[in-house]
Write a protein that binds this ligand. Structure first.
Ligand SMILES: Cc1ncc(C[n+]2csc(CCOP(=O)(O)OP(=O)(O)O)c2C)c(N)n1
Ligand SMILES: [Mg+2]
Length: 683
């Protein structure tokens, strides 16, 4: 391959090397050379159309390799971003693995070809698979650090990003949480002055090291192109992180020598003088100069080192380039765990005759599971005793399980992002989102990070966790305390979604959720929490309900009504109304799905193929709602059995208004369901 010339003039005055052992300096040089030839090889692959995303780390390599030498590979944890090839080289990732990731070839251990190139992952090196989202990694690292502290280990969590990514809100949330809990996190911001084409002064007028200091964090700014300075400054600070003194923030000033990525051309927006200045600070050129000046290697030896490392890189590249792409049949594997955990529904043998509410059912289920599994931890807004949550679901658990049920900051991305990190670290977070309407600050984590982890790492990394979400209207909660966002979440593979309608189901499902190997969303309807009609005798501690198993609420022959959550009860009220008017019970089968994902279509289709008619009733707005999914599947798979169109009843395509009569005008009512039932029975 043709490699570009290094600019070898002395970039800046000042010593590089004193106080650093020659063997350390040579090790740094060798790793930098390896990273350099990997970058050059990647450019060749880009030009040949073999690699469609390439983000050069040229200019960042010294700080990345320095960090790999200051931390303990294999022991410490790494949450990198997409510009960290040199870090991977520094940590000792095999060259074949780097090229397998860059070329997405068969056997790619980073992601089996599913994640983008530049997104490296390795269980052995404790490099956790990143996504392409800027700034999402910070909170996950915080969660991992929580696991380390809970286990009492002396490991450090490294997390990095560019200066642009620090404009994301999650960055600030992560600083706050890490400092609040005094977690062993090393935040490294690699400040190359640009976020694609946007110079830093267009992002912020604040200095990042000062922002971190404002959170009370120990914080330094270093020249990321000079090893000696980093080595001397960071070593003692990193030791302190390991000794439990809390997080450390490092802003490393680096240069971006190449364009942002292979899709970018920096000559279109960067001043030539600015690019020349970056090249003059080239960390590799600078290191070679010092190696010569310090007489660690002479010119001939430098040539030999270069030739040796280059040959090694080119050989690995050739080996990998000879491999095929992954088998297309593997594209959708690893979205869920193959282990169903709970397959058969347990015996609900009640512990007493006294009926309990859904709140009590969930509370007791959680308590039993916490007793059984010491790795279950909980946090959320207000969930700690004495309040025990705004709906009292977790009341008593803080006292029963000291240290395991705590209040979180008022920050939903922190709640779910840190849960993911702690789940990766071997814990089982069961966290609460106070209102489904406020789950959206966490949506980036819940859409792009949590559900993709198992898939994008080929099951190397997983994050079994439960997010309990209070949802639903009819409580006079207005537009921002009444939403039922199951459609938004069900549209994201990787999650299971439960939505119980009564106490026994709630207990059986929450207990199963606590034992499953995947991320679970557990929707709890606020309007059902304490309703008399959701009360049931309490099932015992062995009662587990498998996900994907609907419940036949009542059998019937002439019509099937499919519902979940609160509408299950509304359908029953509607049937009583119809019976009253008709002077006799209609033969209608009511199915409570209980879990939206997986959806038990088998039970639905079996019923519809008998009744020939179906209504889907749900609380969320009709347009693009779950009713459309159920109806489409019935139309597709039971068309021959149908004697009538499949009807849907749902909310108007509106927000939920506050005034009681307006709320009733938007949310579906018993009347509306009764009307649909009558119409279809008569059809
Ligand atoms: C949430 C999100 N928004 C936008 C993007 C598109 N994007 C990718 S990299 C980038 C700039 C990041 O700059 P910086 O954080 O400084 O890192 P650098 O690339 O300079 O190392 C942008 C806007 C993204 N990946 N994620
Ligand atoms: Mg940048």
């Amino acid at each position: 391959m043709a490699v570009r010339k290094l600019t070898a003039e002395r970039p800046r005055p000042g010593p590089e090397g004193p106080g650093v052992r020659p063997d350390v300096f040579l090790k740094l040089y060798e790793k930098m050379l390896r990273a350099y030839f990997v970058e050059e090889q990647c450019r060749v692959f880009v030009r040949a159309g073999k690699c469609s995303f390439y983000a050069s780390a040229r200019g960042h390599e010294k700080v990345q390799i320095a960090i790999s030498m200051l931390l303990q590979p294999g022991k410490d944890w790494f949450f990198p971003y997409y510009r960290e090839k040199a870090l991977m080289v520094g940590l000792g990732m095999p060259l074949d693995q780097i090229f397998l990731g860059m070329l997405s070839r068969e056997g790619d251990p980073n992601s089996l070809g599913r994640n983008m190139s530049e997104h490296f992952s390795s269980r052995e090196l404790r490099v956790v698979s990143p996504t392409a989202c800027t700034g999402t990694e910070f909170l996950i690292a915080v969660g991992m650090a929580k696991a380390i502290v809970a286990d009492g280990r002396d490991e450090i969590v490294y997390v990095s990003g560019g200066e642009g990514s620090t404009s994301e809100g999650e960055f600030f949330e992560a600083l706050n949480k890490a400092q609040h809990d005094r977690l062993p996190v090393l935040f490294l911001i690699q400040n190359n002055g640009y976020a694609i084409s946007v110079p830093q002064e267009q992002q912020t007028h604040s200095r990042l090291d000062e922002v971190a200091r404002g959170f009370g964090m120990r914080s330094v700014r270093v020249d990321g192109t000079r090893f000696t300075e980093m080595h001397h400054t960071l070593r003692p600070l990193i030791d302190d992180v390991r000794r439990g003194k809390g997080p450390l923030f490092v802003e490393a000033m680096v240069v971006r020598i190449d364009s942002h990525s292979s899709s970018d051309d920096q000559t279109k927006y960067r001043d030539p003088k600015d690019m020349e200045e970056a090249r003059r600070k080239d960390p590799l050129a600078h290191t070679e100069l010092r190696i010569r000046e310090m007489r660690l290697l002479n010119d001939r030896e430098i040539e030999e080192w270069r030739a040796r490392v280059r040959a090694e890189v080119e050989e690995a590249a050739r080996r990998v380039d000879a491999l095929p792409y992954p088998d297309p049949s593997t594209a959708t594997a690893d979205i869920y765990s193959p282990d169903r955990v709970v397959v058969e529904e347990g015996d609900p043998a009640p512990v007493s005759d006294k009926p309990i509410t859904m709140v009590e059912a969930i509370n007791h289920g959680l308590s039993e599971e916490m007793k059984r599994n010491p790795k279950i931890v909980m946090w959320g807004e207000d969930i700690q005793d004495p309040k025990g949550g705004v709906f009292g679901v977790t009341r008593g658990l803080t006292d029963a399980y000291p240290g395991r049920v705590v209040n979180s900051p008022l920050a939903e991305a922190t709640i779910v992002g840190a849960a993911q990190g702690m789940a990766i670290g071997g814990y089982k977070p069961v966290v609460e989102i106070q209102f489904g309407d406020y789950s959206f600050p966490g949506f980036m984590q819940m859409r792009n990070e949590i559900p993709t982890l198992r898939w994008r790492s080929g099951s190397a990394w997983t994050c079994p966790m439960v997010v309990r979400v209070a949802v639903g209207g009819y409580i006079r909660g207005g537009p921002f305390h009444s939403q039922t966002p199951e459609t938004l979440y069900a549209h994201t593979p990787g999650w299971y979604l439960a939505y119980p309608s009564n106490a026994a189901d709630a207990k059986g499902l929450i207990k199963t959720a606590c034992r499953m190997d995947d991320p679970i969303l557990f929707f709890e309807h606020k309007g059902l929490y304490r309703q008399v009609y959701t009360k049931t005798p309490e099932p015992g501690r062995d009662y587990l309900i498998p996900f994907g198993r609907a419940r036949i609420v009542r059998p019937g022959d002439d019509l099937t009504v499919i519902a979940w959550g609160r509408t299950v009860h509304m359908v029953q009220q509607a049937l009583s109304q119809v019976a009253g008017e008709a002077g006799g019970e209609p033969s209608v089968e009511v199915i409570d799905l209980r879990t939206i994902v997986p959806m038990d279509m088998e039970t639905v289709l079996r019923s519809v193929s008998r009744t020939g008619k179906a209504i889907v009733a749900h609380e969320a707005p009709m347009f693009a709602g779950m009713g459309g999914e159920v109806a489409a599947r019935i139309a597709d798979q039971a068309f021959e059995s149908l004697d009538a169109p499949v009807r849907r009843v749902g909310a108007k395509d509106s927000f939920v208004p506050f005034a009681p009569n307006l709320e009733a005008a938007v949310l579906p009512g018993v009347e509306e369901i009764a009307r649909a039932i009558k119409e279809l029975l008569e059809y």
